[in-house]
Design a protein around this ligand. Structure first.
Ligand SMILES: [Zn+2]
Length: 218
């Protein structure tokens, strides 16, 4: 994986190299994707009503914050997608614990929402997970298996539908994210966790989340 990221670093356009060089060298530092990776589109769904709560869960002015080590991998993913005239759109990055608690109150005992008190919260709250989809050069969304926060079987990591275009889009997203150093989540095709996530979280959360953080491609 390090070789892939290094190759992107060498071969990628100067703007990508500049974005990576501008990141803090401390992987644990928090960065704002709007300023560190401006080519990546941002649409924080929990800042809008387009989510399972059908109302904003984030305070106004919430920014797409993430660990610098994760931002580096997202910039790499964006560079890979540029070759296909595609790009990333981020639906969620850092998620405050209060927003996670609100989600849990709405959907307790739901396979798709982590109990904020059950361990150490969502991996989003540690800045190591993001929710993302694909867009074209104009920022228009590409057809994917479901919309965000669609907690149905169609949202599973492994696509079971019959639409070949959706299949192609999801395959591109998942192979790109795998090559950039991300894992998937069994129940949400849009959720990605950096493969070195255990560096960033307490050991008890690492044990709890082992079962749901999976390679995106078998
Ligand atoms: Zn997620």
């Amino acid at each position: 994986m390090a070789r892939i990221i290094f190759a992107i670093f060498l071969l990628g356009p100067p703007v990508i190299r500049a974005e990576i060089l501008a990141l803090p060298t401390d992987d644990f530092a928090w960065v704002n994707l709007r300023t560190t990776a401006p080519a990546i589109r941002i649409e924080l769904r929990y800042a809008t009503s387009q989510n399972i709560a059908q109302r904003p869960l984030y305070p106004s002015g919430m920014q797409p914050i993430i660990r610098a080590g994760v931002a580096r991998r997202l910039i790499t993913a964006q560079a890979i997608l540029r070759r296909y005239n595609r790009g990333l759109k981020i639906w969620d990055a850092y998620r405050p614990c209060d927003a996670q608690a609100q989600l849990w109150r709405m959907a307790p005992k739901n396979d798709y929402v982590v109990n904020p008190r059950g361990g150490s919260g969502s991996l989003h709250s540690w800045g190591v997970a993001i929710d993302a989809t694909l867009v074209d050069d104009w920022g228009r969304p590409l057809s994917m298996p479901t919309d965000f926060d669609d907690f149905t079987p169609a949202a599973m990591l492994r696509y079971t539908g019959n639409d070949p275009i959706v299949r192609t889009h999801l395959y591109l997203l998942q192979t790109t994210m795998a090559n950039a150093g991300f894992y998937g989540l069994r129940t949400e095709w849009w959720h990605f966790t950096t493969s070195d996530w255990k560096r960033y979280v307490p050991e008890r959360l690492a044990r709890l989340s082992n079962a749901v953080v999976l390679p995106t491609i078998k």
